[in-house]
Design a protein around this ligand. Structure first.
Ligand code: SAM
Length: 284
């Protein structure tokens, strides 16, 4: 009988059929292990009938797992050959399931056809995983949770707490939208071609954003400045964004209740927001 998920043979045959040479530029590493796919779908807690957004379906490994679990899938794929093949693969391997394919750059989509997705489940292209996540969280408020597979180093950054060695701008920005956790490890051997990094599954649950959209932009600019010079004290690293001198920066930081001699890696997202608010407030 026809298999319902892609194994090594199906991946090989599909790649040959499409004459696909996976490109590094698009982070094309395809999962050829059904157990890994089922584990991701299970970890994500996908519910029958819910609408799942998948970014970068590729040859369809994860897409078929999501459809098997009864999800209705909206998949955004930038590579036209892959986007065009996917409905055919699904029709043969899992007829009668609900798939919508959008051929576009996930960094640019701001609207999707059909029902608003409640969950994100994706094996993200490595080089753009953080910008893609932040873009989706900003533009699709219906996404309340998700599981994504990313490079291990990036996953640990997303889930990092203030004060940890890997805590950085992505950690603070991710925390703006909710809470993040490492949900599992994935061996590089489940991919074709085999990448030279290991992967992790990262889970997120959306929370209430701590500020307005204007405040978010101002906060993110301050976060970027603080981590561009992460070894420096905030009164120095933030001098340009907070009025142009270390004296003006010290004054703003004082009003925000943040020690001007501390460093970005010690602050939570709420502290950065307090700085943005202090910078925007008229000085009386
Ligand atoms: N989901 C498949 C799997 O698990 O086998 C493929 C995952 S592969 C790591 C990443 C996929 O994202 C590729 O199919 C690639 O073409 C696609 N991709 C890369 N950049 C993209 C972008 N900016 N927008 C949408 N898709 C993108």
């Amino acid at each position: 009988s026809t298999p319902r998920l892609l194994g090594p043979a199906e991946i090989r045959d599909l790649a040959a059929l499409l004459d696909v040479t996976p490109t590094k530029r698009l982070g094309q590493n395809f999962v050829h292990d059904a157990n890994t796919v089922r584990r991701i779908v299970q970890t994500a807690g996908v519910q029958r009938g819910e609408t799942v957004l998948e970014i970068g379906p590729g040859l369809g490994s994860l897409t078929l797992g999501l459809l098997e679990a009864g999800a209705s899938v909206t998949a955004v794929e930038i590579d036209r050959r892959l986007a065009e093949q996917l409905p055919h693969t699904v029709r043969v391997m899992q007829p009668g399931t609900q798939l919508t394919v959008v051929c576009d750059d996930a960094l640019r989509v701001t609207a999707l056809p059909g029902e608003a997705p409640s969950r994100l489940v994706a094996n993200l292209p490595y080089n753009v995983s953080v910008p893609v996540l932040l873009h989706l969280l900003e533009h699709f408020p219906s996404l309340t949770s998700g599981i994504v597979m990313v490079q291990a180093e990036v996953g640990h950054r997303l889930a990092a707490e203030a004060g940890s060695k890997v805590y950085g701008a992505p950690s603070v920005k991710a925390a703006w939208y909710g809470t993040w956790r490492i949900a599992g490890q994935v061996s590089r051997m489940v991919f074709w071609p085999v990448p030279n990094v290991d992967s992790v599954l990262v889970g997120f649950e959306r929370g209430v954003e701590p500020g307005t959209e204007a405040e978010r932009r101002a906060t993110f600019a301050i976060v970027d400045a603080a981590f561009q010079q992460r070894r420096k004290m905030l009164r120095q690293s933030l001098s340009a964004v907070l009025g142009g001198s270390s004296a003006t920066a010290t004054a703003v930081l004082g009003r925000a209740g943040v020690d001007p001699q501390s460093r970005g890696e010690q602050l939570q997202v709420g502290d950065f927001l307090a700085i943005a608010r202090a910078a925007a407030a008229p000085v009386g």
